[in-house]
Design a protein around this ligand. Structure first.
Ligand SMILES: NC(=O)c1ccc[n+]([C@@H]2O[C@H](COP(=O)([O-])OP(=O)(O)OC[C@H]3O[C@@H](n4cnc5c(N)ncnc54)[C@H](OP(=O)(O)O)[C@@H]3O)[C@@H](O)[C@H]2O)c1
Length: 237
């Protein structure tokens, strides 16, 4: 299973899962294009990876903004020459309210961060991948999208939309050398989750590196036949 020298664009690279993913792919020999909103956090992450300049590029971008995303992909192509894989890790959660009590702003925020962003980043890399006849797209969904629970309606709906988008792309790229898949984590073992749920059994949560390992497989040549999958990564919960 190799991603040696592949150029891998990781959105949300500065977050908990994004950092773990960046490390796993750096260790696997990929060339990395890392993005998030904070330039400082990107610099910090880049320094910790210890990759030479010709194997690593950072570029801050807002993944909900079309011009920003197009600018990002342009920079990656100019700096590293290609985009072989897109890992769309950026995303987030807003919830805690029943649908009847949810503000329109909550819906718009979730659709923007989780669905619009996926649409924009996939749309920006697909023409390039089609041209080179090889590509891997992996988006981070959520267990909530397929097993919705109470009080997370707009989050679940936004991630369900992301999965539908990925499955549509999978159908559209069939036979082109490109694949598109989604990984669906349940609760990830992150510092933020530990702070929010201090009494939970952390051993039941998913270690971020294990989600990254699933993404690594999906980006390999060996996964060429895996297209349109929604892979549960639920830990022991
Ligand atoms: N944590 C969980 O338990 C869990 C469970 C299931 C699914 N997921 C999904 O897994 C993914 C990663 O979760 P996480 O816990 O690692 O999240 P996180 O630590 O909050 O990181 C989120 C990342 O997304 C970036 N980001 C947020 N808004 C952005 C925007 N508008 N433009 C560009 N980048 C933006 C953040 O960068 P800045 O900090 O610079 O804004 C950060 O790098 C998300 O898609 C999340 O929905 C998480």
């Amino acid at each position: 299973m190799s991603v040696q020298d592949r150029v891998v664009l990781i959105t949300g690279a500065t977050g908990a899962l994004g950092q773990a993913t960046s490390r796993v792919f750096a260790q696997a020999g990929a060339r990395l294009a890392l993005t998030g909103r904070s330039e400082g956090s990107l610099q910090e992450l880049a320094a910790s990876l210890g990759l030479p300049g010709d194997r690593l590029l950072t570029h801050p971008a807002d993944v909900t903004d079309a011009a920003s995303v197009d600018g990002l992909v342009k920079q990656v192509l100019a700096g590293l020459g290609q985009v072989d894989a897109l890992l769309h890790v950026a995303g987030g959660y807003r919830g805690g309210k029943a649908v009847a009590d949810t503000e329109l702003d909550d819906l718009d925020f979730m659709l923007g961060l989780n669905l619009r962003s996926a649409f924009l980043v996939c749309r920006a890399v697909l023409p390039h991948m089609a041209e080179q006849g090889w590509g891997r797209i992996v988006a981070v969904g959520s267990r909530s999208a397929v097993q919705p629970a109470r009080r997370s309606g707009v989050y679940a709906a936004s991630k369900a939309g992301l999965i539908a988008l990925i499955e549509t792309i999978a159908a559209e790229v069939k036979g082109t050398g490109i694949t598109a898949n989604a990984v669906l984590p349940s609760t990830i073992d992150t510092p933020a989750n530990r702070r929010t749920m201090p009494k939970a059994d952390f051993s039941k949560w998913v270690p971020p590196a294990q989600i990254a390992a699933a993404m690594l497989y999906l980006c390999s040549d060996e996964a060429a036949s895996v297209n349109g999958a929604r892979i549960p990564v639920y830990g022991q919960a």
